[in-house]
Design a protein around this ligand. Structure first.
Ligand code: ADP
Length: 400
């Protein structure tokens, strides 16, 4: 049987088709720039002999429905999904499930209504996710559709972690609380960490650091998230590529009053012009290292602020967990940046983190341990795989 995973954004749809007994990726690709004059559709698939085929088409793609039709045609023609009956379910990434969804959920009219109701909490993402679901229901009638929420993994946080110190009615009536995101990634890497340590997930205490363009940390106790750095929206917490993360909440009033900035200008500033980009002019960590090598002091500061914030969360979550078995790095920066890992772990030998400098510098792909064997806390690099996590959860939700 096969599971299709769809991630529908405002102008793109990414997909992966999995073989559900061994989780082999049979096909993957993306439809990009939907609604623009020059869209494109690119991807790859594996034939029965195991040979990989790649394609790229440049063509206008009017709307999500047209994009999904292109994808479906390609899956059929290439033979990886000759018969729709082979599809056991379609899993959709949905960004915000609020408090309504604690686990992946089979989509019906009621679920669609609740996802729609969450739009004020995720105005950029949930409408696009919904569009993907509705189009897929039309194009693949009879195939179970499952919504997998970025927020669901963090629904195990206790109120002490998820409530803001704001008046009660803002929570009760307006749903203002911390939700957390990147749930599929934190779920996947924390489970893999337990497996690598030979522990059952319920025995493993770990801190997972998802460091990409967006970045978040999570404290995971016995397989359950007990705290995470993103909040009502993905703006809170760590320093990110273009997002500021934690701020004194009075800064927006100060800017509104003294610089005349309105809501839109503030939103643009804090979400798109801050973070690493705001500090040094670029948001790509590789470029920041190049600039540091050339002696650019703003790049030095950007890396300093990034690592300082990360260590604050590491300390806080370590205390919350009470015991730490593994510190997990994932995401483009977490998986590839030995300097960030070294800076994060520096000086923590007394607390049980003994980094293996050679293993940390060695690079490479795949899951690996970068701490010394005798290190009480294992430091692990685990490439994230959100699509696989969504596929697994989708199969589980339909009883597979
Ligand atoms: P997204 O959140 O968009 O999925 P990614 O997880 O792909 O982001 O991470 C993007 C970040 O990873 C960028 O800051 C990029 O510079 C960084 N990155 C990718 N490869 C490397 C590398 N080899 N060394 C350091 N940083 C890297």
């Amino acid at each position: 049987m096969k599971v299709l995973v769809l991630n529908s954004g405002s102008s793109s749809i990414k997909y992966q088709l999995f073989q559900s007994d061994n989780w082999q990726v049979l096909a993957a690709g993306a439809v990009n720039r939907i609604g623009e004059p020059h869209g494109d559709f690119q991807g790859r698939w594996r034939d029965e002999g195991g040979w990989e085929h790649r394609f790229e088409l440049v063509l206008p793609i009017a709307h999500h429905g047209a994009g999904l039709e292109l994808m479906a045609d390609r899956l059929r023609e290439s033979g990886v999904l000759a018969d729709l009956g082979e599809l056991v379910a379609i899993g959709h990434r949905v960004v915000h499930g609020g408090e309504a969804f604690q686990r992946p959920t089979r989509v019906d009219e009621g679920v669609i209504a609740v996802i729609r109701d969450m739009i004020p909490l995720a105005p950029l993402h949930n409408p696009a996710n919904l569009e993907g679901i509705e189009v897929a229901m039309r194009l693949f009638p009879g195939v179970p559709q499952v919504a997998v929420f970025d927020t669901a993994f963090h629904q195990t946080m206790p109120p002490a972690a998820y409530r803001y110190a704001l008046p009660e009615n803002l929570y009760r009536q307006h749903r203002v609380r911390r939700y957390g995101f990147h749930g599929s990634s934190h779920a996947y890497v924390s489970r893999r960490a337990a497996a690598l340590l030979g522990q059952a997930p319920r025995d493993c205490h770990c801190i997972t650091l998802h460091l990409g363009n967006g970045a978040s940390a999570a404290a995971v106790r016995g397989g359950e998230s007990i705290d995470t750095s993103m909040g009502l929206t993905p703006l809170e917490g760590l320093v990110m590529g273009t997002r500021c993360g934690d701020l004194d909440p009075a800064i927006p009033f100060y800017l509104a009053k003294n610089l005349g900035m309105d809501n839109q200008a503030l939103d643009d500033l804090l979400n798109r012009r801050s973070g690493l980009l705001g500090l040094c002019g670029v948001n790509d960590m590789r470029e920041i290292h190049r600039r540091i090598a050339q002696g650019d002091p703003t790049a030095v500061l950007a890396l300093d602020v990034f690592c300082h914030r990360l260590r604050k969360y590491l300390g806080a979550y370590w205390i919350e967990l009470g015991r730490l078995d593994a510190l997990v790095f994932t995401g483009g920066i977490g998986e590839n940046d030995a300097v960030v890992r070294e800076r994060t772990c520096a000086g923590l030998e007394g607390m049980g983190i003994l980094l293996d400098e050679v293993a940390n510098q060695a690079g490479g792909e795949g899951e690996r341990r970068v701490s010394r064997l005798e290190s009480p806390v294992a430091v692990l690099v685990i490439p994230t795989n959100e699509e696989l996590e969504i596929a697994r959860q989708t199969l589980e939700a339909v009883g597979g």
